[in-house]
Write a protein of this length. Structure first.
Length: 130
């Protein structure tokens, strides 16, 4: 299997070989990139064009465990508003369902592999999400 796949969306369905990391898809309405990981699957258009004889494709994003619960957003917002003068970090991870992760104030925030599934960003001093 190749790292990058190349597919064509013919009327009978997708034809070609999917890639390990992502795939390009040529469809009637353009070129798309499709990729997935354990937390989500996404397909985004990268170039519009018209190709006769192919089936159209739509952009999509699908979270493995469905919508992130509103309660998680409320908890994150509460964390940010509890100390608006301090930068805070909140992440939603999805190992076996959603989990809310907040490092302790003494833990330095690094770009480690364990923080790849970030759904919420840090709050600025003004309390707004960036």
């Amino acid at each position: 299997m190749n790292m990058v796949g190349y597919l064509v969306n013919v009327p009978e369905g997708l034809s070609g070989e999917k890639g390990i990391y992502y795939s390009y898809i040529l469809a009637a309405n353009g070129i798309f990139i499709e990729a997935s990981n354990p937390m989500l699957a996404a397909r985004v258009p990268v170039a519009e064009c018209e190709v006769r004889g192919l089936a159209p494709m739509k952009a999509k994003i699908a979270l493995t465990y469905g919508s992130i619960p509103q309660h998680f957003f409320d908890l994150a917002l509460g964390t940010f508003l509890a100390a608006p003068d301090r930068e805070s970090y909140v992440a939603v991870t999805a190992a076996a369902g959603y989990a809310l992760v907040t490092p302790s104030p003494t833990t330095p925030i690094t770009r480690s592999p364990s923080l790849r599934n970030v759904a919420f960003a840090a709050a600025t001093n003004s309390g707004t999400l960036r």
